[in-house]
Structures are given as C-alpha cells and as structure tokens.
Design a protein around this ligand. Structure first.
Ligand code: SF4
Length: 557
C-alpha cells in the first residue's frame, strides 16, 4: 500500500479503553475539569474503545467491592446504577467428581459481605452515560493499533484502518485510522492489552519484576426457574474437574430476574496440553452442585477473558514518558479475592489526578508521571496487593501446597515463604506429548459429553456471545510461522491452540495435498480473550485489534 495520509487529532489526555478503569479515569477527569477555576477547564479528553459500543467487550464475574465507586461518586449504589443485588448467602464448596463439601468457614479473602453482584457489561454502559453527560468524548469502534513514539516517549495512538480486504488491499470504503496525538496517553486496555504489551517489551518495563501470569475465565449467563438461586447469592467452587496440579475454580452468582452468572476459571500455567477452559466449564456444569442450579434453565449469553493473576510482583513500571498504564492492563488485580474492578477504577482515578497535574504543569515526562506509581503504591491499592503479594505464586506447586501456603500468607500479611516468590511465564509449563507418554498420561484429548441443553459446544457458545467481525479483512491473529503449527507443534504438543481457545478459532483441517493437516484460523469467532497470545508454547501468536467495532457484543456479562 502507498503511504497513507491520515487525519490527526491533538488532545490533552487520551484514554485507550472504555472498561471500568478507563471510565473511572474519564469521570475523575471530568470532575477535576468542572471544579471552579480548574487549570484543566479547557483540556480536551477523549476515550477510544475497540468495541462497537461501550460495554460490548466488558465481561467479569462479578462481585464488586464498591470502595472505588464510593470514592468516585460519593455513595453506592448511586442513583440509577445497575447493580444486581447486594451479596447475601456466600459459600465455598470443594468438589469431588460426584460429591461436594461445604467449607465450614469462609476464607477471609472470599468473604463478600458488603459487596454487590453486578454485570460489568451493564455497569460500564451506565458509567459511559455519566462520562458523556460530563462532556467527555467517547469514540467506540476505534481500536488503538499502535503507539506513536518520539524516541522512547509516547506521543499518541494510531487507530486501526477500516475497509482493508483480506489480502491487505484497500476496499471502496477504505478509511485510514486517525492518529490521535496526546500529551498523556492512559492505557486502560484490559488484560493483555496489545499496546501495553508492546510498550512493556520495548521499554523493558518488566525488568526485575515477575512475569505476568494469567488465567482464562469463561462465563455463561442463564435464565433459571424462579426461586432456584436468589439474586445476591454467591457460590465458589474448588476442586473437580481440575486436577490438583491446576489452579482455578468455578462460580455462580445470583442476578436479578432469575438470571445467574456461572463461570469457570483455569490458570494458564497448566501442564496438560488438552486443557480447555470452555470444555472444563461444560464438565463442571454436569456436577450435581451446579447442575441443580442450571438444569431446566436456558443459556442467554457467553463470553471469555483472561485475568492477570500475578499480583504485586508482576506489575511492571506503569508510568513512562507520556504514558500511564491502569487497571488489568497494568496487572492491578487481587487474585486471592477474585477481584480487580475496584482496583482498576482506583488506578484510573489516580492516573486522572496525576495526568491533570502534569498537563497543568506542562511536564508529562516519566519523572513527573512517576508520582502515579508511588501514589498507587501508597494507596489502598498498594496495601491490598501487598497483603497477598506471594499468594498466587504458592499454587505453582499444586493445590495442596497452595492452600497451606495461603494460610502462611495470611498469617504473615502477604510474605508467606519468602520475600518475593518467583514464577515462570505461563507458556513455559506445557508438557510435550513425549513427556505425557513417559508419565503414562493421556496423549489424546478427553471426550466430552455435550447435550445442547446443559452443555454446549464452542460454536453454540460463540453464537450466544453475539460475536461478529467483518469477514473480508486480514486476520487479527498474526501467526509468525504456520509451518511450526503444521509440523512441530502437531508432533510436540498436539496443537493445543484447538483446546485453549474458548471460541473454536483454531482448527486443524486436512491439508490441500491430502498428506496431513494444516492450521485454519477462524478469526471471525474470536471473543478477544487473548488466551492464544499468552498460552501458545512457541509464542508465535500475536493478537492485534481487528477492524474497529468487531468482536463480541456482550449483554448481561
Ligand atoms: Fe481468545 Fe485467541 Fe481464541 Fe480470540 S483467538 S478467542 S483471543 S484464544
């Protein structure tokens, strides 16, 4: 393609991502801008969001700790805020294949008294209305394709082009992506944000830190018979169908109007190449403790996302020249409490205050913006994350050791068995088929029972997610070398992308010469969870934003 002439937009503060962290940041900026005599009264503030509308890509459990919302809006729930219900009955069960044991005492981090069941999707739609009422420009359908730099200083974001065909040629409706230049860019892209990933690598922001480690969470919202599972009721499960070497579990949260949120999470530091979060959730739903809640109901919607679980020691440097990273993108999530929304919002608010001061002072260098990092660390965000700083690492040795270590973490206010327990990147843990054979473990994927009533295949669930992408565009899943998929990976790992992707994007099909199989990438199914970008053992898959507006269209999630 010849050199493209692009529109340029110059703003003071650009927020990339319309999730809870980005919207809390925008709302706090709106409040600061509206103060009498505000030095940022004339500041231009813009939020871009890759989803077709705000909330389209928002998914979480979710049980919300309202602390950040109270600080931001003065009370909770503020008028009109769509919460499902305050948390009522709250239990944790340990599942065996057919039985279950209720834990007699709730671990302190899983006590949810005072918290609220919410749909993040609905909450962000409501927050976006507040942001717009406050006069801040929101641009849904605009994905940030790359960061713009002057040397190592971030100076803006290039949005993705629209109207490019699958061969990379311009179509009749071609629109070049606009360059948005900004004094400060705030990255609120969510888990494994593609711009954040590039920035962390380019400036080595994770040097001296633990690598970020992730889980994949899949979730379905169901309509169930009346009275089956009251709004506000919370159930967490450990154990089956996970083995003792895997970390994760299930949840069921009661919503309004006889809906329930049911989800399953599995950490991506697993060894078994057949691990499949979606498939595990289907197995889990057949357990009597879950079946009894869902049976006779109907599936409403489905989604998936990754969750940054590394905690305090996996947070990279989050302020650089011209840029701040907030929320899940920065790894601000408490895996012990299964919560990140409140931390994302609070980091967004602190970023807003810091950016406003730095723009006013005319200095948005790393030296000036670094006050964001120290403020986060000194705030309740830092305090909360330090109090469980070695929690997740304790599960690297399996469930039993992890649970014992958790007791120590609680007793030592986060320290556990060391100053900083280390972890290895998720993609390094997967066992080769040869090793499975040597250990006498299955070398083929497990068969699963799918009945179309309680359990579903991936395509049915993807249909329920409302996912749509323009088909005639280049795939947004960049595979560095498909020969590795067709040859080495097939022999060494059995093409695990077919299992870890919760949306049936990766498929091994018969090759044209009839001699073997080749990888087919059904990118239009992609629900933007980013699992493939993390879990691929060869690190040859890169997720980039597709044409703006593509992806899931979540409701109730
Ligand atoms: Fe998730 Fe990757 Fe599958 Fe898309 S292709 S749904 S990002 S694993």
């Amino acid at each position: 393609m010849s050199e493209i002439e692009r529109d340029r937009l110059e703003v003071d503060i650009l927020i990339v991502g319309g999730g809870p962290a980005g919207l809390a940041c925008a709302l706090r900026l709106a409040q600061l801008r509206a103060q009498p005599g505000s030095p940022i009264a004339d500041a231009s503030i813009v939020v871009i969001e890759k989803g077709a509308h705000i909330g389209a890509h928002a998914i979480s459990g979710a049980v919300l700790d309202p602390r950040a919302m109270i600080e931001l809006l003065g009370s909770f729930p503020p008028e009109g805020c769509p919460i499902e219900a305050p948390v009522g009955a709250d239990q944790v069960r340990f599942l065996t294949k057919s039985g279950s044991l209720r834990l007699p005492l709730l671990p302190p981090m899983l006590r949810n008294h005072g918290n609220h069941v919410v749909s993040l999707n609905r909450l962000t739609i409501w927050m976006a209305q507040k942001v717009e009422e406050a006069g801040i420009d929101l641009f849904p359908g605009f994905g940030g394709r790359e960061l713009l730099f002057e040397e190592d200083r971030v100076v803006g974001v290039r949005c993705g082009d629209k109207g490019v065909d699958k061969n990379g040629e311009r179509k009749g409706n071609f629109e070049p992506g606009v360059d948005i230049l900004s004094k400060v860019v705030i990255l609120a892209e969510g888990s494994r944000g593609s711009l954040t990933k590039d920035l962390v690598r380019r400036l080595r922001l994770d040097e001296g830190r633990n690598p970020q480690i992730y889980a994949t969470g899949v979730k379905e919202v169901w309509q169930v018979p009346e009275g089956r599972f009251p709004a506000g009721e919370v159930l967490h499960t450990m154990g089956w169908p996970l083995s003792r070497e895997e970390y994760g579990g299930g949840f069921v949260y009661g919503m309004r109007e006889n809906m329930v949120a049911a989800g399953f999470v599995v950490a991506l530091d697993y060894r078994n190449p057949w691990t499949d979060a979606h498939g595990l959730m289907q197995d889990w739903k057949r357990h009597p403790s879950v079946r009894g809640i869902l049976e006779g109901g109907s599936l409403l919607t489905y989604g998936a996302k990754t969750i940054p679980e590394g905690g305090y020691f996996s947070i990279p440097r989050t302020a650089v020249d011209g840029c701040i990273i907030v929320g899940d993108a920065g790894g601000y999530l408490n895996a012990a409490r299964l919560k990140g929304i409140h931390l994302g919002m609070k980091t967004g608010m602190i970023a807003a205050e810091t950016a406003a001061e730095c723009v006013t002072a005319g200095d948005t260098s790393r030296a000036a913006l670094a006050v964001y990092e120290s403020r986060v660390d000194e705030s309740w965000v830092g305090e909360e994350l330090r109090s469980v700083r070695n929690f997740r690492q304790g599960f690297a040795g399996g469930l039993v050791r992890g649970l014992l270590h958790t007791g120590l973490v609680l007793a030592t206010k986060g320290r556990g068995m060391g100053e900083r327990l280390e972890v290895k990147p998720d993609h390094t843990h997967m066992l080769r088929l040869e090793e499975l054979r040597r250990r006498g473990r299955p070398t083929t994927p497990p068969a699963r029972e799918i009945d179309g009533a309680l359990t579903f295949d991936k395509l049915t669930d993807v249909y329920s997610s409302g996912t749509k992408h323009e088909e005639d565009q280049p795939s947004h899943l960049l595979i560095a070398d498909t020969e590795i998929c067709n040859t080495r990976c097939k022999v060494e790992f059995g093409n695990p992308c077919q299992y870890f992707c919760p949306a049936a994007v990766y498929e091994m099909v018969a090759s044209e010469d009839g001699r073997g199989t080749r990888l087919q990438v059904n990118f239009t199914n992609c629900v933007h969870c980013k699992t493939c970008d993390i879990a691929d053992p060869y690190e040859i898959i890169t997720w980039v934003p597709p044409e703006g507006g593509g992806g899931p269209s979540y409701t109730h999630l």
